[in-house]
Design a protein around this ligand. Sequence first.
Ligand code: NAD
Ligand code: DAU
Length: 328
Amino acid sequence: MAQRVIVTGGAGFIGSNFIRCIINKYPHYKVINIDKLSYSGNLENLRDIKSDNYQFIKADIKNYALMQHLVDEGDIVVNFAAESHVDNSINEPEVFIENNVLGTHSILEAARRKKAKLFIQISTDEVYGSLGFDSKSSTEKDLLNPSSPYSASKAAAEMVCMGNIRTFNQPIIITRSSNNFGPYQFPEKVMPLFITNLIGEKKVPLYGTGKNVRDWIHVSDNCEAIDFIIHNGQPGEVYNIGGGNELQNLDLTKSILSCLGADESSIKYVEDRKGHDLRYSLDCSKIKSMGWNPKHSFDSALNETVQWYKQNSWWWEPLKNIEGRRTS
Ligand code: NAD
Ligand code: DAU
């Protein structure tokens, strides 16, 4: 029987890039995309996928009976489905607890009861909480210390997974990645928001002083790492996945401005995010010692990403004015 891979949240940014990666690399695998199509889920992200081995099912992972029906023995389940934007979690925390914690519990239990071969929980570097400028990078053994409703919900989902690993010996792997960038990212996140604002000759809203640090990884490097972990990772383990590109937001902004021929007069300093984490930084020696390394260099990947948004306004223009979302 062909390997079946269930991708939840596959109509979102990373999930859709992951589906493209898996279909190109393993054309014989059956790929089933389960997504409820929230505001950030968009089937246009997968418009170019033509494979007969790909199937989309519109469903909510919180629907446990349906998840039990959809997951089969031997499946690999990769759980990307989540509310993903920190600012939204500050305005509406309950949606994050429902989807990220209860949703994970539901699909995880379906995977356990149906004897899925492997469950990959896609988590985030934000679970480690804020680091100082000079602190050591986070290792997989560090304590979780989340600071937003988003990161708390992701840490809680990890704890639900940890409980099942210990109690049921369920084959689960957790990945914690840094900030992804690339094509098909909803224009609420800083990179596509700033790029599309500048293409439209608008200013970019930089929070606080712009000193906060994020580590940037091209989405295809993260997708390759998840594939690597599926095939080489140890069930029960956690793996950090970072790009090794730590940048202060102001420096990131200057690089984006320069790619688009704009200057610092296009920056509008705005009120800081509540509880804004100063820095995230991942120690990735565990996955690197197994043979994975990111392939993209930051400057050329940023330039390619800017070009993609310039050439694909058909994709992001309809998203810029979605009701109830801040996309400029
Ligand atoms: P996204 O918002 O672009 O996509 C999330 C997808 O999940 C959407 O298609 C949405 O419709 C779907 N979804 C949400 N709740 C669902 C539910 N209950 N049932 C079914 N589908 C549901 O997010 P993204 O940036 O692609 O992030 C994907 C995952 O990766 C998330 O778990 C996020 O926490 C994690 N992550 C993201 C980043 C990043 O930089 N974007 C970094 C580390 C980890
Ligand atoms: O670190 C991984 C996380 O990266 C993922 O788990 C999240 O799903 C993903 O959304 C992302 O979270 P961030 O909060 O780091 O990403 P965001 O693009 O929202 O913000 C990046 C930085 O830019 C952050 O320091 C806040 C700042 N920012 C953001 C926005 C939207 C601004 O200065 N202005 C803005 O308008």
